[in-house]
Design a binder for this molecule. Structure first.
Ligand code: CA
Length: 224
């Protein structure tokens, strides 16, 4: 899942970004509202974390503008403590939720999880397909009774596949949701990760669940 973080305070931004990355999200950070509008137009983010106090356009103006442009990524507004009007204004501008600074990291992560789930219209902490299961809170994958250890990128990939299963996920959707803006789409990194995930999930097991749709992408589902 890919997140846009809009925060001009570098220390805060890198602290939040690091925590999100440790929790398997791909994160792009921008420091101004103007850059947030550009980024939001380019990528269908799974969530946008938007600080209210920014140089130039405020977070509230950015949110309103994103919505006016038809961008529907869920928005979590980061507001200053005690400013009730700011929260109301943020929600009126189209934010989905807000969090008051300073916040506890665990709460930020919980809000982000909820927001991303809402974006995908699935309230499930556990995703299933056939004998494969993914516990998104405990970050644990199992096939049958067997626990499958996954790296954070593999986890993010599998999560995307399961949210769509048994439908196709295109290569560009994978790049967009699992990697951040520093990803070089000319590399074969996606293929490398898919192969590793496939080995972990499908090797010596049947049915095989990950299938390549040549030239388009992949799907997780029963063999045809
Ligand atoms: Ca700020």
């Amino acid at each position: 899942m890919r997140i846009l973080l809009v925060e001009d305070e570098r220390k805060v931004a890198s602290f939040i970004a690091r925590a999100l990355k440790e929790n398997t999200y791909a994160v792009d950070v921008v420091e101004t509202g103007e850059k947030a509008l550009e980024a939001g137009a380019e990528v269908a983010y799974d969530a946008i974390l938007l600080d209210v106090r920014l140089p130039g356009l405020s977070g509230i103006e950015v949110c309103r503008e994103l919505r006016q442009r038809g961008i529907e990524s869920p928005v979590l507004m980061l507001t200053a403590r005690g400013l009730v009007e700011q929260r109301v204004e943020g929600l009126d501008a189209g934010a989905d939720d807000y969090l008051t600074k300073p916040f506890v990291l665990a709460e930020l992560l919980a809000r982000v999880r909820a927001l991303v789930r809402r974006g995908f219209h699935t309230g499930n902490a556990k995703l299933h397909y056939a004998d494969l299961a993914l516990d998104r809170h405990r970050r644990r994958a199992t096939r049958g009774q067997e626990v499958i250890p996954l790296t954070s990128k593999e986890f993010a990939l599998l999560e995307l596949f399961l949210l769509r299963a048994p439908e196709l996920v295109t290569r560009s959707e994978i790049v967009e949701h699992v990697w951040d803006c520093h990803f070089d789409s000319e590399t074969n990194l996606v293929e490398v990760y898919i192969n590793r995930l496939r080995q972990k999930l499908d090797q010596n097991r049947s049915p095989k669940l990950i299938h390549t749709i040549r030239g388009v992408g992949y799907r997780l589902g029963m063999p045809e």
